[in-house]
Design a binder for this molecule. Structure first.
Ligand code: CO
Length: 235
């Protein structure tokens, strides 16, 4: 790796040329406007590149990423992104995307200390503590991914509760909020079905999605327990 990162500039030149060759005028068309339909709120993890996962080009996805894909009500950075996406760009969908084996969620789950980021991850620990009994009843190997999904539901509900989304719904603007999870092991996105299209739907959407997560992880715990005791079936 060079000090001036020439390899990245070189690969950038190739990408720009290939993009323009594939679609002549691509960059000039994007020059004056962007009209993405989707706002992606995802983890900063380098293994979860938003546009690539859903095959979207520049101009098609508005993106906000932070450690553990949080939407914190006092985070002016994230709130500004949501506000611009909803009010100015008029996106139709806001998608909170967590991912399996998230390092931030793992640290929060297991009380690992990493420095300043611990304060940020305290928000994930609040989610963990709210579901303490459920998580404690799961096989240890499943707890991090379960918390990943619980966290997505919590953050998606937070999005619904922002003044921005709440006001948009109130004035009749169509915005759909979603919660997804991405599998690092297989590259696949799954819908956690917390989909909400109005303020009235949020409570039921959250409860239904939460019940599904709990049901699935309880089943997985039974399977993990059976796998851990191979002799039990024969005994
Ligand atoms: Co992560």
């Amino acid at each position: 790796m060079s000090t001036d990162l020439q390899e990245l500039f070189q690969s950038n030149r190739q990408w720009a040329a290939a993009t323009e060759a594939r679609e002549p005028g691509f960059f000039t068309r994007l020059l004056n406007q962007q009209s993405p339909q989707y706002l992606w709120i995802g983890c900063a993890d380098s293994r979860v590149p938003a546009n690539d996962l859903v095959g979207l080009l520049p101009g098609e996805l508005f993106v906000h990423r932070n450690v553990a894909n949080l939407l914190v009500h006092s985070d002016l950075n994230a709130l500004s992104v949501v506000q611009y996406a909803v009010d100015a760009l008029q996106v139709s969908h806001i998608i909170v995307v967590g991912h399996s084996n998230c390092g931030g969620v793992r640290a929060a789950m297991t009380n690992q200390r990493a420095g300043l980021v611990d304060n940020w991850l305290r928000h994930v620990q609040d989610v963990r503590d709210a579901h303490e009994g459920f998580l404690a009843g799961l096989h240890e190997s499943l707890q991090v991914n379960a918390l990943v999904e619980l966290n997505v539901l919590e953050q998606a509900r937070n999005v619904c509760r922002t003044t921005v989304v709440s006001d948009a719904w109130h004035r009749g603007q169509s915005v759909v909020v979603h919660g997804w999870v991405y599998g690092l092991h297989n590259g696949l996105l799954e819908d956690l079905k917390i989909t909400a299209t109005s303020a009235d739907e949020v409570g039921l959407a959250y409860d239904t999605a939460l019940a599904l997560v709990k049901q699935r992880y309880r089943q997985l715990t039974v399977l993990a327990g059976a796998a851990a005791m191979p002799s039990a079936a024969g005994a």
